[in-house]
Design a protein around this ligand. Structure first.
Ligand code: GLU
Length: 331
């Protein structure tokens, strides 16, 4: 009897250790990429990366070159949320504005006292102008007109929320200057603008973007230029900002005049805690299939490896990414 009980215990123990080994193997192969709202471009970036990873996995199975990675890219709160979750070990990769990549790595601005030295750059993606958009009957033509209006400053964790706060500080504007400051997400704000519930919205996003199109072409909203001496100083003082122009009638049919504003780059980031092997395979999947990748969103049209491994990257490049770029002779 004793023998039977002992062997049952041994079998249970064995099953436990097998299942924990299996769990580890599965968990190690699964990567999550933080994106942004479902109507943004980050969501397309993350899901396009996963598509390339899975394509390489399928082709690798045929040719005997297996990487075994499974990938998911859920919608999230945006840049600062993604970096925070990478820091917490909940996400392995994320898309983030180049300004927030810089601040998180250097422990400046919103990241003061929370510096994240293990943040790693992988590559940059498309340019993202910071866009201030006013509703049709809001009467807003310039920044100063925001006074006394309902302004959506963005959800906490989004890149636009952070950049809006930086701009407000530089302009000497506080939330109490507005009638109300709302915190709607990127996917909620256009509906609120078109319904007249908010007078203006802010969004750092690639061009073109369907939600912006809905605001401009669908309900007569317009861009507000951001090119005064305040923005000129921001661009001059910070390596991660550049002026950007959204030409009239090009991406949005009803846009009457060019929009001049400043912007950042979208970047793909990770952590030095994520293994070189995993980062190498993700980077390889993207760059071996870059022509397919570029077709997945019009904002990716001008992607060029030479710029992607250099522009908008202020954290050190991840070693797994470097390995691939060196093999290609790009570094
Ligand atoms: N730039 C935005 C952010 O950092 C996201 C834009 C997008 O989803 O494409 O939150």
């Amino acid at each position: 009897m004793k023998k039977i009980i002992l062997s049952i215990i041994a079998v249970i123990g064995l099953l436990f250790s097998i299942s924990s080994i299996m769990y580890k193997a599965v968990a190690a192969d699964f990567i999550s990429i933080g994106t942004g709202g479902p109507t943004g471009v980050y969501f397309v970036v993350g899901n396009s990366v996963c598509r390339m990873v899975h394509k390489e996995a399928a082709e690798g199975r045929k040719s005997g070159r297996k990487h075994g990675l499974r990938c998911a890219a859920p919608s999230t709160g945006g840049s600062n949320y993604n970096i925070g979750q990478i820091k917490a070990g909940e996400l392995q990769f994320g898309v983030a504005q180049s300004d927030w990549q810089y601040h998180a790595y250097n422990g400046t601005s919103k990241w003061k006292g929370k510096q994240y030295k293990k943040l790693r750059a992988v590559f940059s993606v498309h340019p993202e102008p910071f866009q201030l958009i006013a509703g049709k009957s809001s009467g807003i033509k310039s920044w100063d007109d925001l006074k006394g209006k309902v302004v959506n400053i963005g959800n906490p964790g989004s890149g636009q929320r952070g950049t809006m706060e930086v701009l407000m500080k530089a302009k000497g504007t506080s939330v109490s200057d507005f009638k109300q400051a709302t915190e709607l997400t990127s996917s909620e704000q256009v509906g609120a603008l078109c319904d007249g519930k908010v007078d203006a919205i802010a969004y750092t996003v690639g061009v073109p973007n369907g939600a912006i199109g809905q605001a401009i072409d669908g309900c007569g909203a317009h861009f507000v230029n951001l090119n005064s001496k305040t923005e000129k100083k921001l661009v001059n003082d910070n390596p991660f900002y550049a002026f950007a122009n959204i030409p009239a009638g090009t991406f949005y049919k009803s846009q009457k005049s060019d929009a001049v504003t400043f912007g950042v780059m979208a970047s793909f980031v990770s952590s030095s805690d994520v293994s070189d092997g995993v980062v190498y395979e993700v980077v390889r999947a993207v760059f071996e299939n870059l022509d397919d990748f570029k077709k997945l969103h019009p904002a990716f049209k001008n992607l060029d490896p030479k710029n992607m491994i250099k522009n908008g990257l202020s954290a050190p490049l991840h070693n797994g990414a470097k390995k691939y770029y060196k093999e290609k002779g790009w570094m």
